[in-house]
Structures are given as structure tokens and as C-alpha cells.
Ligand binder design. Structure first.
Ligand code: SF4
Ligand code: SF4
Length: 126
């Protein structure tokens, strides 16, 4: 069993054991943005053994002045292009973006805990 995770300034904790049976709800579902910065792009491209330019073309799209990982449609919902459905995990785990590493401790959710609970079954009240 993995220990509960807590972050200062957040009213909830997170049980990482929930991920095993969750089927990647934070990587799938409604369409969203998975932002990556230049360093993250370089790391993911290196992990995949791709040139940065090829990686950008194949896996990213521009949203305003930022770049997001692409999504693919799966039935009636969407999922990150790197979500590994067969293994219920991230296909680029070692190089996943900060946005993914820091979930579910995002500023956005500090005041939206009930919304977060609907997305993530690992959220606890203490
Ligand atoms: S939604 Fe929560 S429990 Fe599910 S995979 Fe993501 S972090 Fe884990
Ligand atoms: S990069 Fe990995 S952790 Fe992040 S949304 Fe995609 S599959 Fe999930």
C-alpha cells in the first residue's frame, strides 16, 4: 500500500492506490489541455527517440502561445495520445509533463474539491 499524499495549502489528500482500478480518469474523459514546455518536449522526444521537430508535428498542437499534447477520440470521450489503455497507465511516465506529475494538487482544485472528487476516486477529505 502506498501512503496518502498531502500538499501544504490543500484541504484534501490523495490515495495513489486508487489509480490501479481507476482506468486513467485524469488522462481520459472530457477534452482538455495537457500543456508542455520546451524542456518537457525535449525530454519526451528523447524518450521516444524522435527529433523534436517530428515530435512536435506528430504529438502536439498549439493553443494560444502554448503547446498541448494531442488527444484521440475514444468512443464518446477523449484521451491523451499517450494514455496506454492496455496497461492502464502513462506511456511516457518517466517524462510526463509537470501538469500530470502535480495532479491532483492543482491551484484550480483548491476551491473545487467536489468537482475534483468526481474526476479522481483517490481524493480524501482529510
Ligand atoms: S483520476 Fe486519480 S485515481 Fe484515477 S488515475 Fe488519475 S490520479 Fe489516479
Ligand atoms: S502524459 Fe501521461 S499522465 Fe499525462 S495525460 Fe498523458 S497519459 Fe496521462
Amino acid at each position: 500500500m502506498l501512503p496518502l499524499m498531502r500538499e501544504e495549502g490543500y484541504s484534501y489528500s490523495f490515495d495513489p492506490n486508487a489509480c490501479a482500478s481507476c482506468q486513467g480518469r485524469c488522462c481520459t474523459g472530457e477534452s482538455g489541455y495537457i500543456y508542455v514546455n520546451k524542456i518537457e518536449v525535449e525530454k519526451i522526444a528523447a524518450l521516444l527517440g524522435l527529433d523534436v521537430a517530428d515530435f512536435v508535428q506528430d504529438y502536439l498542437y498549439k493553443k494560444g502561445y502554448k503547446y498541448s499534447l494531442k488527444e484521440i477520440k475514444y468512443n464518446d470521450s477523449y484521451e491523451c495520445v499517450f494514455y496506454d489503455r492496455a496497461n492502464n497507465g502513462c506511456g511516457i511516465y518517466e517524462a510526463r509533463p509537470t501538469q500530470c506529475k502535480t495532479f491532483p494538487f492543482w491551484d484550480y482544485y483548491k476551491t473545487r474539491v467536489e468537482e475534483l472528487k468526481l474526476e479522481c476516486p483517490g481524493i480524501k477529505d482529510d
